[in-house]
Design a protein around this ligand. Structure first.
Ligand code: IMP
Length: 424
């Protein structure tokens, strides 16, 4: 079956950008299916760094077709800036990029509402990227959103934007004391965006299904991670889309019967950005060591990421809900200097031991992790080019992960560059 979904098995930032870039070589189509410019996929090629927020990472390869599916929420300004920046760096973006006419558009009132809601929540905030993602998906589900197809039809767009602004300005003024937005200014701005994005807009459901009919290799690029999925994550500390493999069908119009396999990308430890429970989170000393060595700062917002030990409960949950048969372990080299390394294999809560991931958020906040402790390898692995050359304890760590998770490890990544990867 010529289709593969790549998803994050933790809370996002697992290094999917690099893995998708590697898998893109063997793919013909690379398709984003959910999220928006809250994502930041980093790819390093020959020391040069590219951070992609909306455009699939496959754009960096010649001859690939990249698709932004209907499940993505598109900030047109961010998309235009990203395309222009790629072009300035010599990357071709023209007939190799398609954007779904069914994708919902992000408007400035979405960012403003995102920011004001977070501020109003105070300590209970989610810690969003403030890109308007949640409010845009709220409008989609609330049936008041504006899709790219609506923007393409001037008459329809005027009506929809007027209706939305009437409602949004009332909310902004009455609930938040904010001044709201002028229709004419926003309308004009979006008309200029229309001109710039029109050439990419297409019925991407037809395009991707036709590619599959022709036996082309299609790679679905998940953004964020399983624990940020609105259904399967640490709700409400999640994003507003289905970042799990199932989202690939809804977000593109491809049947589940056409999905071949699902590859999960997991970091050799755990990180998360924003608020919410994190049972294996490090205390200050280890946090600083791992954060600095792993350069754990958000690719979109620059926020420092919270870091902790590998949590097998959350990854087993990911394996289950995504149907993962193979994983890729990234950033193993970040653990190089540590004397002891831990894997969380259970949670203790109110005197009971739990071996499966719970939906109860209170329990996740209070759970005490049960660890298996392993010796570190205390050697630099970043230059290693074959699995056999890895230090014995590093291999032992990987084997324990594979056994505890009951899954095959397909690849191990030991640094940011395309070349720093071991195939198992
Ligand atoms: P939102 O997607 O901006 O609404 O943010 C909701 C939560 O998802 C916050 O905890 C964010 O930090 C997190 N989040 C959103 N996108 C990413 C990502 O690409 N990587 C990691 N965390 C993310």
């Amino acid at each position: 079956m010529p289709s593969t979904v790549v998803i994050g098995g933790q809370w996002g930032d697992e290094g999917k950008g690099k893995i998708i870039d590697i898998l893109s070589r063997k793919s013909d189509y690379i398709v984003r299916y959910q999220g928006g410019n809250n994502a930041g996929h980093t790819v390093v090629i020959g020391g040069e760094q590219f951070i992609l927020h909306l455009v699939p990472s496959g754009i960096l390869h010649k001859g690939k077709v990249c698709v932004i599916g209907n499940g993505v929420v598109v900030n047109p300004e961010a998309l235009i800036v990203e395309i222009e920046n790629l072009k300035k760096r010599g990357i071709k973006v023209s007939s190799n990029l398609f954007v779904s006419e069914g994708a919902h558009l992000i408007f400035p009132y979405h960012w403003t509402i995102d920011q004001l809601r977070e501020k109003a929540k105070g300590k209970g905030k989610i810690g969003t990227t403030k890109r308007g993602i949640g409010p845009c998906y709220i409008d989609k589900v609330g049936r008041s959103g504006i899709r790219i197809a609506d923007l393409m039809d001037d008459k329809l767009f005027r009506v929809k934007l007027k209706d939305n602004l009437n409602e949004k300005n009332r909310i902004l003024r009455k609930a938040y004391g904010s001044k709201g937005y002028s229709f004419e200014q926003m309308y004009k701005k979006y008309c200029t965006y229309r001109q710039k994005i029109r050439k990419y807009v297409a019925n991407t459901t037809l395009i991707v299904n036709k590619a599959l009919d022709e036996g082309k290799q299609v790679l679905f690029e998940g953004a964020q991670g399983t624990l940020l999925d609105v259904d399967f994550g640490t709700y409400p500390y999640v994003t507003s889309s289905n970042s799990t493999a199932g989202g690939a069908c809804i977000g593109t119009g491809v049947s589940p019967a056409r999905i071949g396999k699902v590859i999960g990308v997991v970091k050799a430890y755990t990180t998360r950005v924003g608020e919410g429970p994190f049972p294996t989170e490090f205390s200050d000393r280890l946090m600083n060591i791992v954060r600095n060595k792993g350069k754990e700062f958000g690719a979109t917002t620059g926020r420092p990421r919270r870091c902790g030990w590998f949590d097998a409960l959350i990854v087993r949950h990911s394996i289950l809900v995504n149907g993962i048969k193979e994983i890729v372990v990234t950033k193993l080299d970040v653990l190089d200097d540590l004397k002891r390394i831990k894997i969380c294999t259970g949670y203790r809560y109110r005197g009971k031991v739990h071996r499966t991931f719970p939906a109860n958020i209170e329990m996740l906040f209070r759970a005490k992790p049960i660890y298996e402790e392993l010796p570190g390898w205390e050697r630099d692995t970043s230059g290693i080019t074959s699995y056999n050359r890895l230090p014995k304890n590093a291999k032992h760590y990987l084997k324990r992960l594979s056994t505890i998770l009951d899954v095959k490890i397909k690849m191990v990544s030991l640094g940011a560059d395309r070349k720093q990867v071991l195939n198992l």
